[in-house]
Design a protein around this ligand. Structure first.
Ligand SMILES: Nc1ncnc2c1ncn2[C@@H]1O[C@H](COP(=O)(O)OP(=O)(O)OP(=O)(O)O)[C@@H](O)[C@H]1O
Ligand SMILES: [Mg+2]
Length: 155
Protein backbone atom coordinates (compact mmCIF):
# COMPACT_ATOMS: atom_id res chain seq x y z
CA UNK A 1 0.00 0.00 0.00
CA UNK A 2 1.55 3.36 -0.94
CA UNK A 3 1.43 6.58 1.07
CA UNK A 4 -1.40 8.05 -0.98
CA UNK A 5 -3.62 5.09 -0.12
CA UNK A 6 -2.69 5.17 3.57
CA UNK A 7 -3.39 8.88 3.87
CA UNK A 8 -6.60 9.02 1.83
CA UNK A 9 -9.08 6.78 3.48
CA UNK A 10 -11.90 9.25 4.13
CA UNK A 11 -13.97 9.97 1.06
CA UNK A 12 -17.29 11.80 0.87
CA UNK A 13 -19.12 13.96 -1.64
CA UNK A 14 -21.25 16.77 -0.28
CA UNK A 15 -23.86 18.81 -2.16
CA UNK A 16 -23.35 22.56 -1.69
CA UNK A 17 -26.63 24.01 -3.02
CA UNK A 18 -26.21 27.35 -1.22
CA UNK A 19 -23.84 29.45 0.88
CA UNK A 20 -25.30 27.94 4.07
CA UNK A 21 -24.13 24.50 2.98
CA UNK A 22 -20.63 25.87 2.34
CA UNK A 23 -20.71 27.53 5.78
CA UNK A 24 -21.61 24.19 7.39
CA UNK A 25 -18.81 22.38 5.57
CA UNK A 26 -16.48 25.16 6.73
CA UNK A 27 -17.66 24.58 10.32
CA UNK A 28 -16.93 20.87 10.07
CA UNK A 29 -13.47 21.38 8.62
CA UNK A 30 -12.68 24.05 11.23
CA UNK A 31 -13.66 21.65 14.03
CA UNK A 32 -11.21 19.00 12.83
CA UNK A 33 -8.38 21.37 11.93
CA UNK A 34 -5.15 21.08 13.91
CA UNK A 35 -1.57 22.35 13.64
CA UNK A 36 0.27 20.76 10.72
CA UNK A 37 -2.88 20.36 8.63
CA UNK A 38 -3.13 21.54 5.05
CA UNK A 39 -6.50 21.82 3.31
CA UNK A 40 -6.13 21.76 -0.48
CA UNK A 41 -8.99 23.63 -2.16
CA UNK A 42 -9.21 22.37 -5.74
CA UNK A 43 -11.55 23.74 -8.38
CA UNK A 44 -11.66 26.10 -11.34
CA UNK A 45 -12.50 29.80 -11.47
CA UNK A 46 -15.55 30.55 -9.38
CA UNK A 47 -15.81 27.02 -7.96
CA UNK A 48 -16.10 28.42 -4.43
CA UNK A 49 -12.59 27.97 -3.02
CA UNK A 50 -12.33 31.39 -1.36
CA UNK A 51 -15.89 31.12 -0.05
CA UNK A 52 -15.03 27.84 1.71
CA UNK A 53 -11.72 29.20 3.04
CA UNK A 54 -13.64 32.18 4.43
CA UNK A 55 -16.22 29.85 6.01
CA UNK A 56 -13.45 27.87 7.75
CA UNK A 57 -11.88 31.09 9.08
CA UNK A 58 -15.24 32.48 10.22
CA UNK A 59 -15.92 29.22 12.08
CA UNK A 60 -12.57 29.71 13.85
CA UNK A 61 -13.74 33.11 15.04
CA UNK A 62 -12.07 35.38 12.48
CA UNK A 63 -14.13 38.58 12.42
CA UNK A 64 -11.94 40.68 10.15
CA UNK A 65 -12.31 40.92 6.39
CA UNK A 66 -11.02 37.78 4.59
CA UNK A 67 -9.98 38.92 1.11
CA UNK A 68 -8.87 36.54 -1.62
CA UNK A 69 -5.06 36.46 -1.29
CA UNK A 70 -4.62 36.61 -5.07
CA UNK A 71 -1.96 39.31 -4.94
CA UNK A 72 -0.42 38.80 -1.50
CA UNK A 73 -0.41 35.00 -2.13
CA UNK A 74 -0.62 34.41 1.62
CA UNK A 75 -2.62 35.97 4.41
CA UNK A 76 -2.34 34.70 7.98
CA UNK A 77 -5.00 34.77 10.67
CA UNK A 78 -4.44 34.41 14.38
CA UNK A 79 -7.60 32.47 15.18
CA UNK A 80 -8.92 31.47 18.58
CA UNK A 81 -7.30 28.00 18.34
CA UNK A 82 -4.37 28.22 15.92
CA UNK A 83 -2.74 30.40 13.28
CA UNK A 84 -4.23 29.67 9.87
CA UNK A 85 -2.44 30.75 6.68
CA UNK A 86 -4.63 31.21 3.61
CA UNK A 87 -2.68 30.72 0.36
CA UNK A 88 -3.69 31.39 -3.24
CA UNK A 89 -1.00 29.87 -5.47
CA UNK A 90 -2.48 31.08 -8.76
CA UNK A 91 0.27 33.62 -9.30
CA UNK A 92 3.35 31.78 -8.07
CA UNK A 93 5.91 31.04 -10.78
CA UNK A 94 7.57 28.00 -9.25
CA UNK A 95 6.78 25.61 -6.38
CA UNK A 96 10.15 26.69 -4.92
CA UNK A 97 8.57 30.06 -4.02
CA UNK A 98 6.63 28.23 -1.32
CA UNK A 99 9.80 28.05 0.75
CA UNK A 100 10.13 31.86 0.74
CA UNK A 101 6.43 32.16 1.47
CA UNK A 102 7.02 30.23 4.68
CA UNK A 103 4.84 27.26 3.89
CA UNK A 104 6.83 24.72 5.95
CA UNK A 105 7.00 27.12 8.90
CA UNK A 106 3.28 27.82 8.64
CA UNK A 107 2.61 24.12 9.16
CA UNK A 108 4.97 23.79 12.15
CA UNK A 109 2.54 25.41 14.55
CA UNK A 110 -0.44 26.26 12.38
CA UNK A 111 -2.64 25.11 9.52
CA UNK A 112 -2.83 26.15 5.86
CA UNK A 113 -5.72 26.54 3.43
CA UNK A 114 -4.41 26.32 -0.13
CA UNK A 115 -6.24 27.55 -3.23
CA UNK A 116 -4.85 26.44 -6.62
CA UNK A 117 -2.79 23.58 -5.08
CA UNK A 118 -2.08 22.31 -8.63
CA UNK A 119 0.51 25.11 -8.88
CA UNK A 120 2.70 23.34 -6.27
CA UNK A 121 1.13 19.95 -5.47
CA UNK A 122 4.40 18.48 -4.19
CA UNK A 123 4.49 20.81 -1.20
CA UNK A 124 1.30 19.35 0.29
CA UNK A 125 1.78 17.02 3.24
CA UNK A 126 0.66 13.43 2.58
CA UNK A 127 -2.06 13.79 5.21
CA UNK A 128 -3.62 16.88 3.58
CA UNK A 129 -7.39 17.12 3.38
CA UNK A 130 -8.36 17.51 -0.28
CA UNK A 131 -11.57 19.34 -1.17
CA UNK A 132 -12.48 19.23 -4.86
CA UNK A 133 -15.10 21.86 -5.59
CA UNK A 134 -17.12 21.67 -8.77
CA UNK A 135 -19.99 23.51 -10.40
CA UNK A 136 -21.62 21.17 -12.92
CA UNK A 137 -24.94 21.99 -14.64
CA UNK A 138 -25.68 24.56 -11.93
CA UNK A 139 -25.07 22.06 -9.10
CA UNK A 140 -22.21 22.64 -6.67
CA UNK A 141 -20.46 19.73 -4.99
CA UNK A 142 -17.44 19.17 -2.77
CA UNK A 143 -15.62 15.84 -3.06
CA UNK A 144 -13.55 15.48 0.09
CA UNK A 145 -10.74 12.98 0.63
CA UNK A 146 -8.26 12.71 3.46
CA UNK A 147 -7.01 10.68 6.40
CA UNK A 148 -9.46 8.51 8.35
CA UNK A 149 -9.56 10.97 11.24
CA UNK A 150 -11.85 13.17 9.08
CA UNK A 151 -14.60 10.52 9.20
CA UNK A 152 -17.62 12.17 10.74
CA UNK A 153 -17.21 15.34 8.69
CA UNK A 154 -20.68 16.34 7.57
CA UNK A 155 -22.60 19.40 6.41
N1 LIG B 1 -22.27 26.90 -2.17
C1 LIG B 1 -22.47 28.02 -2.88
N2 LIG B 1 -23.72 28.35 -3.29
C2 LIG B 1 -23.93 29.46 -4.03
N3 LIG B 1 -22.97 30.33 -4.42
C3 LIG B 1 -21.72 30.05 -4.05
C4 LIG B 1 -21.39 28.89 -3.28
N4 LIG B 1 -20.05 28.87 -3.08
C5 LIG B 1 -19.57 29.97 -3.70
N5 LIG B 1 -20.56 30.67 -4.28
C6 LIG B 1 -20.42 31.92 -5.05
O1 LIG B 1 -19.61 31.68 -6.20
C7 LIG B 1 -18.82 32.82 -6.50
C8 LIG B 1 -17.37 32.43 -6.64
O2 LIG B 1 -16.91 31.97 -5.38
P1 LIG B 1 -15.39 32.09 -4.95
O3 LIG B 1 -14.88 33.43 -5.14
O4 LIG B 1 -15.32 31.47 -3.59
O5 LIG B 1 -14.70 31.11 -6.02
P2 LIG B 1 -13.16 30.77 -6.21
O6 LIG B 1 -13.13 29.31 -6.47
O7 LIG B 1 -12.37 31.26 -5.07
O8 LIG B 1 -12.81 31.56 -7.54
P3 LIG B 1 -11.38 32.11 -8.06
O9 LIG B 1 -10.68 30.93 -8.64
O10 LIG B 1 -11.77 33.08 -9.12
O11 LIG B 1 -10.67 32.72 -6.89
C9 LIG B 1 -19.08 33.84 -5.39
O12 LIG B 1 -20.01 34.79 -5.85
C10 LIG B 1 -19.67 33.00 -4.28
O13 LIG B 1 -20.55 33.72 -3.46
MG1 LIG C 1 -10.57 32.42 -4.91
Amino acid sequence: MDMAEISETFRQTFALPDLDATARLGDGIARGLKAGDAVALWGGLGAGKTTLARAILRALGVMEDVPSPTFTIVQSYDTTRLVVSHYDLYRIKSPREMQELGFDDALLDGAALVEWPERAPEILPTDALHVRLALTDGARTARVTGPARWEGLHV
